[in-house]
Design a protein around this ligand. Structure first.
Ligand SMILES: Nc1nc2c(ncn2[C@@H]2O[C@H](COP(=O)(O)OP(=O)(O)OP(=O)(O)O)[C@@H](O)[C@H]2O)c(=O)[nH]1
Length: 232
């Protein structure tokens, strides 16, 4: 190895350099630490039961997607999913089977969406999906596909077929939206509530605000939001 590319600056060849074993050990330690950091990062953002992103990561990802929409102008969508009558599954089959049902639903969701989408466990028997750069109409189609697959793919457990359905609420966010992140969640939640009230096992979506407001700057939005808060 030439002096230019060798790892140690001493005058010995690499095979006779006394420091080389120390460097090798250090390199191994650094590699192990990098792997541990990677594993911990995965653990911190993952829901232990379902393997989906957890609620904490969902909030981070939502913030990122809202900022990306502001920057690129491409709409993103938030889908909230709540399994129907899930208490009945727990009460009938027990909590462990309830957990299997949650994993089953999470897997079906994960394998139905696109790699760019972000599937999260929002909490309990509720999931949140973030669809980056996706208009409302496409989000509705994907949600409808998940709803259909869930309904048609019961959990096979202990010689029983346990049918699962879910209700969906969707809200879209566009660059000229006045919504805060919390208001976007609330909007999707209202649609979810509507889907439950209308009989469950269905997808409801909020009409996009896109054409309801003129283009406004971030400062104008903050001002309007402050005025709105002060008038509450
Ligand atoms: N097995 C299991 N059950 C959970 C978990 N988290 C929440 N649940 C259960 O999910 C059920 C939610 O029940 P409810 O909020 O009454 O709603 P629901 O029965 O799904 O009815 P609707 O949402 O109105 O269709 C409760 O029985 C919770 O105990 C979990 O991690 N594992």
């Amino acid at each position: 190895m030439s002096k230019k590319t060798r790892k140690c600056n001493c005058d010995f060849a690499e095979d006779t350099c006394k420091k080389e074993p120390e460097f090798e050990q250090l390199r191994t330690q650094i590699h192990d630490l990098q792997e541990q950091i990677q594993q911990l990062t995965e653990l911190v953002r993952t829901d232990a039961l379902t393997g989906l992103y957890n609620h904490r990561y969902f909030r981070e990802a939502l913030h990122r997607e809202v900022e990306r929409t502001q920057r690129t102008g491409a709409d993103c969508c938030l889908v909230l999913i709540d399994l129907d009558h899930f208490k009945l599954v727990n009460d009938t089959w027990g909590h462990e089977v309830g957990n299997l049902a949650l994993k089953h639903a999470a897997n079906l969701i994960r394998f139905t969406i696109r790699p760019m989408d972000l599937p999260c466990r929002y909490g309990g028997e509720e999931f949140a999906l973030l669809f980056p750069s996706t208009p409302l109409i496409t989000s509705k189609q994907i949600a409808e596909r998940i709803r259909d697959i869930l309904e048609k793919t019961p959990l096979e457990c202990e010689n029983h077929s346990i049918k699962l359905t879910a209700s969906f609420g969707i809200a879209s966010y566009s660059a000229n939206s006045l919504l805060t992140e919390d208001q976007l969640i609330e909007k999707a939640d209202q649609q979810l509530y509507l889907a439950k009230n209308q009989g469950r096992n269905q997808v409801c979506a909020a009409i996009s605000e896109q054409n309801h407001y003129p283009q406004v700057s971030q400062e104008e939005k903050d001002l309007l939001n402050n005025l709105f808060d002060n008038n509450q």
